[in-house]
Design a protein around this ligand. Structure first.
Ligand code: FMN
Length: 364
């Protein structure tokens, strides 16, 4: 309701300016418990419960915020109050870095899409933790980590391990993001030659941190939608052999479908929103064919309503995240998606979401 009033003003501004203004407002709300409670009353409290367990973590319902909106952990309480059951912050890099030159974010309104080439603009892990440790946490906190642009790709593992060790104590789960198209060569990490060593290093670091902190923090790997069937099979084998806890499918695409209408369609970067929806769902389905629940899947890409979320879940996702459509629709969509999923579970005749999905996936 409120979002429909402010959206025209925000959409009149340059997209990154609109993002910065919104984030500044949400950071202010986050610093004021009374404002956070009010936001929770107006939004989060209206989102029904639909419990789900993913990576061993209990979520109140299956809809979370995807990485990239709160890169520096400035507004975790506000995003929680808006109704997400999990907020994935980051991508955070070990050292601060400015990211790519502006402009680097474009709205493709006709296509219900966004193109971004932010390039991991990040205040770095120290600033990230200074912001996060101040906050009260009521929903699941995911922390998405990446490598600095200046770190050679051969040394990428050092950056992932450093960032992971630093954020471990504050995270409910950690995501290794190897799929942004906007950091040179990053996606090469998805190739078997790099990935085996990278996952080994990350897993070893996780187990060491578990001993130090006496707490197991699950690890997810975030992948691109631009993988072919062989690449998916290789990655699926590796996440199983290195005992990762989840695959997040997917990040943005470097494809430009012919259907795109917007004047910005030729901008370089990753495309997200409606045009990536089916690519992401196909990728989830292919991962699920190999993983069969041994490693869980978080589905993301182009979700705009409960039908889209359900489609991703039937393809194999246990939990979903949203980003682009949240910009287009605002926070009311969280309640709409969860309520819609609740109706689908009821219509299936099963007692809860997990048993409905287990039955419907096998009957397909
Ligand atoms: C402006 C923008 C910045 C993003 N930054 C990140 C990021 O830092 N790390 C990451 O893992 N994904 C990032 N993403 C990708 C999203 O998390 C998500 O995977 C992708 O946009 C597909 O979901 P959607 O279609 O719902 O937006 C970004 C997306 C956008 C639009």
């Amino acid at each position: 309701m409120l979002y429909s009033l402010i959206k025209p003003a925000l959409f009149n501004l340059d997209p990154e300016k609109a993002h910065d203004i919104t984030m500044a407002g949400l950071a202010k709300v986050s610093a004021l418990p009374i404002a956070t409670r009010q936001l929770e009353r107006l939004n989060g409290a209206c989102v029904p419960d639909l419990p789900v367990t993913c990576m061993g973590i209990d979520f109140r319902h299956p809809v979370g915020l995807a990485a990239g909106l709160d890169k520096d952990a400035k507004a975790f309480p506000a995003f929680s109050a808006l109704g997400f059951s999990g907020v994935e912050m980051g991508t955070v890099t070990p050292k601060p870095q400015p990211g790519n030159d502006k402009p680097r974010m474009f709205r493709l309104v006709e296509d219900q899409a966004i193109i971004n080439r932010m390039g991991f603009n990040s205040g770095g892990v120290d600033a990230f933790l200074a912001n996060l440790t101040k906050t009260n946490r009521t929903v699941v906190a995911g922390i998405n980590v990446g490598k600095n642009a200046t770190t050679p790709i051969e040394d990428a593992a050092t950056d992932y391990v450093n960032a992971m060790q630093r954020v471990y104590s504050q995270a409910d789960y950690i995501t290794a993001n190897i799929s942004s198209p906007n950091t040179k060569s990053l996606r090469d990490l998805q190739n078997a030659s790099f990935l085996d060593t990278l996952l080994l290093n990350i897993k070893n670091a996780q187990l060491k941190c578990e001993k130090v902190h006496k707490r197991y923090v699950p690890i997810a790997l975030k992948v691109a939608p631009d993988l072919d069937a062989d690449e998916i099979e290789t990655i699926a084998e590796l996440v199983m052999s290195h005992q990762f806890d989840a695959v997040i499918a997917t990040n943005t695409t470097i494809e430009r479908p012919d259907s795109l209408q917007s004047q910005h369609k030729a901008e370089a970067g990753g495309l997200s929103g409606a045009p990536v929806k089916d690519m992401a769902t196909d990728c989830i389905r292919e991962f699920y064919r190999h993983l069969q629940g041994r490693v869980q899947i978080i589905g993301v890409g182009g979700i705009k309503n409960a039908d889209d979320a359900w489609e991703k879940m039937l393809a194999g996702a246990d939990y979903v995240q949203i980003y682009s459509q949240f910009i287009y629709q605002g926070p009311a969509m969280i309640k709409d998606i969860v309520a819609g999923l609740q109706q689908k579970v009821q219509a299936s005749g099963h007692a809860d979401l997990e048993s409905a999905l287990a039955a419907l996936r096998t009957s397909k």
